[in-house]
Design a protein around this ligand. Structure first.
Ligand SMILES: Nc1ncnc2c1ncn2[C@@H]1O[C@H](COP(=O)(O)OP(=O)(O)OP(=O)(O)O)[C@@H](O)[C@H]1O
Ligand SMILES: Cc1ncc(CO)c(N)n1
Length: 265
């Protein structure tokens, strides 16, 4: 008998440099033997040096991609990345309700590592209103959690308080990533509405971290598509991102991508 085929859809921006966005998501899905599908929200001209240009797609083009995938290929899990404008956010929220997607991982992408905006300032309120209540999993880094909660996050206790706030705003599972904190130990935190769980790892000293957030959230999405629990999904995603950063490819002359094939070479 054939093995079951699991399918995941990413709704995100294209990174021509291949390290983040749609490209990171599809490479990660594939690495976990999950069939990857995509709806592109915006095309970026991007490399390891930064984002040179952003071209959002017409709403109709985004809608048609989502409809084509949804009506025929029913994804087992969905991930969202760069959503860019309030119009795109409203469309994605409406489609999520229409197709009754429940296993949805929302990565609140706001700025690229070099500082280029990937979500317009005017779209933040729409993101909070529409995306947070839909999120089965939300994967903010610390600066994104600050914007979404309107609070400063300095201590570990602040991170916990922000996670609770995000849960109150409608998120089922809050995964607060620790990449932007100080210190040689890196802690990713999960809040499930009752308890906190921690995943600790050694911080790797490297500039090659382009796309870590996308890759980590895509690994969680792939595991959810396979029917894993959030706790199992984070276990695997954490091991995956650690290996991908540790064995980075050293390509390009700026912040290079992680190695999506590191774990299963
Ligand atoms: N230097 C590092 N060493 C080991 N793991 C890392 C490192 N940097 C990030 N990670 C891991 O990568 C994942 C993403 O974390 P981070 O907080 O950097 O996300 P991000 O800022 O959203 O990424 P991006 O820049 O792609 O948006 C987390 O699981 C984090 O622990
Ligand atoms: C298209 C795209 N999505 C997300 C990120 C965040 O890493 C990026 N740099 N580019």
């Amino acid at each position: 008998m054939r093995d079951m085929v699991y399918k995941a859809l990413t709704i995100a921006g294209s990174d021509s440099g291949g390290g983040a966005g749609i490209q990171a998501d599809l490479k990660t899905f594939h690495q976990f033997r999950v069939f990857g599908m995509s709806a592109i929200t915006a095309v970026t001209a991007q490399n390891t040096l930064g984002v040179q240009a952003v071209y959002p797609l017409p709403l109709e083009a985004i809608e048609k991609q989502i409809d084509s995938v949804a009506v025929d290929l029913s994804p087992d899990a969905v991930k969202t990345g760069m959503l860019f404008s309030h119009e795109i956010i409203e469309l994605v929220a409406q489609k999520t309700a229409q197709y009754r997607w429940t296993r949805i991982v929302v990565d609140p992408v706001m700025v690229a590592k070099g500082g280029a905006p990937l979500l317009k300032q005017e779209a933040i309120e729409a993101f909070k209103r529409h995306m947070l209540p839909l999120a089965y999993v939300l994967t903010p880094n610390i600066p994104e959690a600050e914007v979404l909660t309107n609070m400063r996050i300095e201590t570990f206790e602040d991170r916990k308080e922000a996670a609770k706030k995000l849960h109150h705003l409608g998120v089922r599972y809050v995964v607060m990533k620790g990449g932007h904190a100080e210190g040689s130990e890196l802690v990713d935190l999960l809040y499930d509405g009752e308890r906190f769980y921690e995943w600790k790892s050694e911080r790797i000293e490297t500039k090659h971290t382009h796309g870590t957030g996308c890759t980590f959230a895509a690994a969680i999405t792939a595991q959810l598509a396979k029917g894993k629990t959030i706790y199992e999904a984070i276990d695997i995603a954490k091991r995956f991102i650690q290996a991908a950063v540790e064995q980075a490819l050293h390509i390009g002359s700026g912040h290079g991508p992680t190695n999506h094939w590191a774990l299963y070479e």
